[in-house]
Design a protein around this ligand. Structure first.
Ligand code: FMN
Length: 326
């Protein structure tokens, strides 16, 4: 059963492999999504650079962008060969770059094409193929559009829908504004579940705590959280206990940092710059004593030539009670 009550959203530049490994020190069970990778990038680009991940990142879903069924099917197959647990299609991203290649949220207007993509992908891999989408775009009616979209795409073999519960304005709003400005309409996602009770349905958008996420679970199969996971990763510390009935919980923020050190050493040995990893750890002590000092020191010092894991250790000491008292 691949249903999951809690997942962490795909976020370009944020949910790269280093962030995912880091978040795995905090929650072992929440399903993680990659950044969106276009099917063309996988076809013509450096496959290993796009697809490699650490075994500790499971369960992990590969998010693809595109609208060419054959190319997407090939990309999905690569994802399956690489060991991903789920293949997800992006029908929610409104950025310009993405519009030019005809994928992302503009596909909300073409459910038949999305259905063909899903069908080709589902035929190509033995994994669940899922879709992350919006309610509608531009002037389209939200309720009518999302019901029609889901009813067409589910026929093609989509096993899970993750609904970012707002429309996107492709004209006039920036990608960032499109994550905040169009009003959230959670009631429409709940109504979708009432209409299609057999569907595996997750809600996304604007969830700012695990409490808020849990409040949706009596009605829905899951909740996907984006920005909160990045801006305050420790907010997931209780996730495994609360959502998965799992005994795991990280011991402390400091223990999470300690657990990153061998990983940092290993990756630096492969040529990964320290900063590529530590940039994802800056918010770990958000709201904590010493949290600002941690953030400032780590962001200033990590890019200096020769900086290594000892920098992380030094930053960690700034959060300790003895150093705060001094
Ligand atoms: N959504 C996607 O489907 N694919 C992406 O690659 C993607 N990149 C994002 C990058 C950033 C920096 C952010 C903040 C969001 C991105 N999103 C992307 C949207 C998120 O997955 C999510 O739908 C959105 O942030 C709303 O959820 P939240 O309110 O919990 O953050």
């Amino acid at each position: 059963d691949f249903r999951t009550p809690l997942s962490v959203a795909p976020m370009i530049d944020w949910t790269d492999r280093h962030f995912r490994f880091f978040l795995r020190r905090i929650t072992r069970r929440s399903r993680l999504y990659t950044e969106m990778i276009t099917s063309a990038a996988l076809k013509y680009g450096d496959k290993a650079r796009h697809l490699d991940f650490d075994a500790a990142e499971h369960p992990i879903a590969l998010q693809l962008g595109g609208s060419d069924p054959q190319e997407l099917a090939e990309a999905a197959r690569m994802g399956a060969d690489w060991g991903y647990d789920e293949i997800n299609l992006n029908v929610g991203c409104p950025s310009d770059r993405v519009q030019s290649g005809k994928f992302g949220a503009c596909l909300m207007a073409e459910p038949e094409l999305v259905a063909r993509c899903v069908e080709a992908m589902a035929r190509a891999v033995p994994l669940p193929v899922t879709v992350k989408h919006r309610l509608a775009i531009d002037e389209m009616d939200e309720e009518e559009t999302v019901f029609r979209f889901v009813s067409i795409v589910r026929e093609a073999g989509c096993q899970r829908f993750i609904v970012h519960a707002r429309k996107a304005w492709l004209k006039g709003l920036s990608p960032k504004e499109n994550r905040d400005v169009p009003p959230l309409r959670y009631e429409l996602v709940h109504a979708l579940k009432d209409r299609f009770p057999d569907l595996d349905l997750s809600l996304n958008g604007g969830i700012r705590s695990l409490d808020e996420a849990a409040a949706h679970l009596p009605h829905l199969d899951g909740v996907m959280i984006g920005r909160l996971a990045y801006e305050d990763p420790w907010s997931f510390a209780e996730a495994d206990r609360r959502f998965f009935g799992d005994a795991y919980a990280p011991e402390s923020r400091a223990a999470v940092v300690q657990a990153m050190l061998p990983y940092i050493e290993r990756r630096m040995g492969e040529g990964v710059p320290l900063k590529a990893i530590t940039r994802h750890m800056l918010t770990l002590f958000k709201g904590q004593p010493g949290g600002r000092a941690w953030r400032r020191y780590l962001s200033e010092v990590a890019h200096r030539p020769g900086a290594g894991p000892e920098v992380v250790d030094a930053a960690l000491r700034m959060t300790e009670p003895s150093s705060l008292a001094a």
